[in-house]
Design a binder for this molecule. Structure first.
Ligand SMILES: Nc1nc2c(c(=O)[nH]1)N[C@H]1C(S)=C(S)[C@@H](COP(=O)(O)OP(=O)(O)OC[C@H]3O[C@@H](n4cnc5c(N)ncnc54)[C@H](O)[C@@H]3O)O[C@H]1N2
Ligand code: MOO
Length: 405
């Protein structure tokens, strides 16, 4: 199969991807989830006029006369109701959050009330009608649309939904993503690798990046380079009802690269294998029933770059999130050589000059095995296939991985 352009591969990957179905979750589990439908207020907030201050519920017309004593006829705190109407010359002691009694139309804060003998006060300062009164519906009214479907829920949204009397919300299901490392050479971190073995590292970064994008990662462990073992792991991914299976390694052309032939033998429809990209050439995508299978190359940087450029957009589509990838341009801090036939995503450091100009400098070593330089990278410089050499100061397209320091 000929190598496919990056843009074409991305288009195929996303062609029929859309938000997964909805599920109902309690508010306590709704943070960062994507709302499936509008949230409509089930009540009015506040449901009645309430005092915004501690003081006295008064009739505004009674205030402003320092000689006039006003009779305190009772008291009302939040959670209580004072149901005797307030007549001229009367006030009610009131506390923040309490319903304003009928007949009263303003709040005199207690600092402005002068004691005037047993059970009376004076209101020398005039207060306007409505002063320190929060009218019913100040925040929202029953039937109002509080939050639009498709919103990613943060703390403010959750308080708003709760105030609207929703105990649970309909949100998009998070894509369940099985992450499977492959290779006889791999052992889990913390173990003692035997002769010829290394520590499996790719899955940790891939799972973390995808969780940030809205996925629920599911660790399928490590498969040996044997078809029978890959079969078992594939069964585990299917049994776990993974929406997406991500394999790491075993994607190339060597005798031990068995992911594609094993999965094709199991009925996977292959959409593409091999893209004109560096790193990431042997990437593969297919479908096995409802499950999407994304086979990433084993080189650590290849796995991580492909995760950013392909797996993240896929997960965001399935999760109902808007694309998060930030592409812009920057000036080169150092010259770059001509590019080969594959679109090259070069790791680099990003800085911002005093005038706001972004400057990106590619690391000298772009080998796809060097995890340290990936972890240090702030941006990927996008070099189109066959691009000419560039001088320092030239403008290049970049994908921002983290904001410049
Ligand atoms: N004859 C050819 N050989 C290779 C080609 C080619 O076109 N012709 N392509 C090269 C490119 S480009 C890449 S990328 C790699 C990818 O190969 P695989 O996907 O089959 O990856 P592996 O061989 O399994 O592993 C490559 C490398 O990465 C290490 N690895 C694998 N998994 C992990 C993991 N989970 N954590 C950490 N490191 C991992 C593995 O030990 C290898 O060193 O193929 C080239 N070869
Ligand atoms: O494409 Mo490979 O991912 O260059 O190292």
């Amino acid at each position: 199969m000929a190598m496919m352009a990056v843009s074409e591969a991305l288009a195929r990957l996303l062609a029929d991807a859309g938000p997964l179905d909805a599920e109902t979750v309690p508010l306590s589990q709704a943070r960062s989830r994507v709302l499936a439908d509008d949230v409509i207020a089930r009540r009015t907030q506040p449901p009645f006029a309430v005092s915004a201050m501690d003081g006295y519920a008064v009739r505004a017309a009674d205030t402003g006369d320092p000689t006039r004593p006003l009779t305190v006829i009772g008291e009302v705190a939040a959670g209580q109701v004072f149901d005797t109407p307030v007549e001229a010359g009367q006030v009610v002691r009131i506390f923040t959050g309490a319903p304003v009694p009928q007949g009263a139309d303003a709040i005199l804060i207690q600092e402005d009330a002068e004691p005037a003998g047993e059970g009376t006060i004076r209101a020398g300062e005039a207060v306007a009608r409505g002063h320190h009164v929060r009218p019913a519906g100040l925040d929202f009214s029953e039937g109002d649309r509080l939050i639009e479907g498709g919103t990613r829920l943060d703390g403010g949204h959750l308080s708003l939904a709760a105030a609207g009397n929703h105990a649970e919300l309909d949100v998009r299901r998070r894509p369940r993503v099985g992450v499977l490392a492959t290779g006889d050479e791999l052992v889990q971190p913390g173990m003692s690798p035997g002769p010829g073995q290394i520590v499996a590292s790719n899955g940790y970064g891939v799972a973390a990046i995808l969780e940030d994008a809205g996925a629920e990662p599911f660790d399928l462990g490590i498969a040996c380079d044997r078809r029978a073992d890959l079969d078992i792991k594939l069964d585990a991914a299917l049994a776990a009802e993974c929406d997406v299976l991500i394999t790491l390694g075993g994607a190339s052309v060597g005798d031990h690269d068995l992911v594609r032939p094993t999965f094709v033998a199991r009925g996977m429809e292959l959409a593409f294998h091999k893209i004109a990209m560096r790193p990431g050439k042997p990437m593969m995508f297919g479908r096995l029933g409802a499950m999407r299978v994304l086979g990433l190359p084993g080189n650590p940087v290849s796995s991580l770059v492909c995760t950013h450029l392909f797996a993240v957009p896929l997960i965001e589509e399935l999760a109902g999130r808007p694309p998060s990838q930030r592409r812009t341009t920057a000036r080169l801090g150092a010259p770059l050589g001509a590019n080969g036939p594959r679109e090259h995503y070069m790791r680099g450091a990003l800085t911002r000059e005093d005038d706001g100009t972004l400057v990106v400098t590619a690391f000298d070593n772009q080998d796809s095995s060097i995890i340290r330089l990936y972890a240090a990278a702030d941006a990927l410089i996008v070099r189109p296939p066959g691009a000419d050499a560039l001088d320092a100061g030239s403008r290049v397209e970049i994908v921002i991985l983290r904001e410049p320091r």
